[in-house]
Design a protein around this ligand. Structure first.
Ligand code: BTN
Length: 331
């Protein structure tokens, strides 16, 4: 933790409203001049800090920043978010998480960024990542599961994002196979999970999560080829990014623990409950070939089960699923 983060930590945890420069200097083992310098840095980053003669410093307001100390503090998760690495600006949190994993970072390490200059989407696409408005994070996992089960983790993160959007933003959410979260038919979140493995052993998995929170209409790229939205556009209200992220990490932590203990079934059932395409006639575009049929659900490994018009059930491992009819009522 930097001295700046340690001072913030003291402001957040100290039971008294004011904390003296002398006390901070003593607790952090830094000079009074260094305390003053860090307070100045905090003010320059947008923190409102009152300084009162004989009482000390008091934190009045904090900007909407995602700081490691604020994410970690009192998170009370079992595994996820025990260590947080926060960037103001980075290329891609997935790239940074991979580097940390290769350097031996612990399971549950979270990488978050205020802005990404090379945010990555599925199929080599770009993920628009302007500063200060959205959530861009990657979570490092070391699951001891067979390699072929790794795709199941995408559904785990999808369920955690969907539940957080419902809980924190009161939105009605839908999941789209394999890795999209939609609100009113428009994409609000995308997931990019990457794995490092040998034939029979997973070294690590990175769950990359992007959620459009406070993004404005004009911040979406013009050339985007699917309808996209943000929480702000849907509800008219800005979301507290820190609160959203902390709720998401706790939710993911719980579901990951459940997944390790009970396997994929509970996650699969939850994901299916958010999936509007079950029982619907769809077209699956797989580059050179296109299939049509009715979506039945997920198989135990996370492949999409599609009943073709001739009755045969096909396992879909990749492709874009496009609905062609309205939802049928379940019998
Ligand atoms: C998609 O729907 O195409 C996946 C988008 C995933 C975006 C997130 S943002 C955080 C993480 N870092 C990246 O570079 N990509 C993922």
């Amino acid at each position: 933790m930097t001295s700046r983060d340690e001072i913030l930590n003291l402001f957040r945890t100290c039971p008294d409203p004011y904390i003296s420069g002398q006390k901070i200097s003593h607790l952090l083992n830094i000079s009074r001049a260094a305390v003053w310098k860090q307070v100045k840095v905090l003010r320059e980053s947008g923190f409102e800090i009152e300084a009162k003669h004989s009482l000390g410093y008091r934190l009045l307001a904090a900007p909407d920043l995602l700081l490691a100390v604020d994410i970690e503090n009192g998170l009370n998760s079992r595994l996820i978010g025990q260590t947080v690495v926060a960037f103001t600006d980075t290329d891609s949190t997935n790239v940074q998480a991979r580097q940390l994993a290769e350097a031996g970072a612990i399971e549950g390490t979270v990488v978050v960024a205020d802005r990404q200059s090379a945010g990555r989407g599925r199929l080599g696409r770009r993920w628009e990542s302007p500063s200060g408005v959205n959530l861009y994070c990657s979570i490092l996992l070391h699951p001891q599961i067979p390699v072929q089960q790794a795709p199941q983790l995408t559904f785990l993160s999808a369920v955690a994002v969907a539940e957080t959007l419902e809980k924190v933003c009161h939105l009605s959410v839908e999941v789209k196979w394999p890795n999209d979260i939609l609100v009113n038919g428009a994409k609000i979140s995308g997931l990019l999970n990457e794995m490092n493995a040998e034939t029979d052993q997973i070294h690590f998995v990175i769950l990359g999560v992007g959620v459009n929170l406070n993004m404005l209409e004009e911040q979406f790229p013009e050339a985007i080829n699917y309808p996209a939205t943000s929480v702000l556009l849907e509800t008219g209200k800005p979301v507290d990014r820190l609160m959203f992220l902390r709720t998401f990490l706790r939710c993911l932590d719980q579901y990951y623990a459940e997944f390790l203990q009970e396997g994929f079934t509970p996650i699969r059932q939850r994901w299916e409950s958010y999936c509007d395409m079950i029982n619907r006639q769809v077209r699956v575009d797989q580059g050179s070939r296109s299939l049509s049929g009715t979506v039945i659900g997920l198989d135990p490994e996370g492949a999409l089960r599609l009943q073709l018009d001739n009755g045969k059930v096909e396992r879909i491992l990749a492709g874009d699923v496009i609905p062609v009819t309205e939802k049928k009522d379940q019998e």
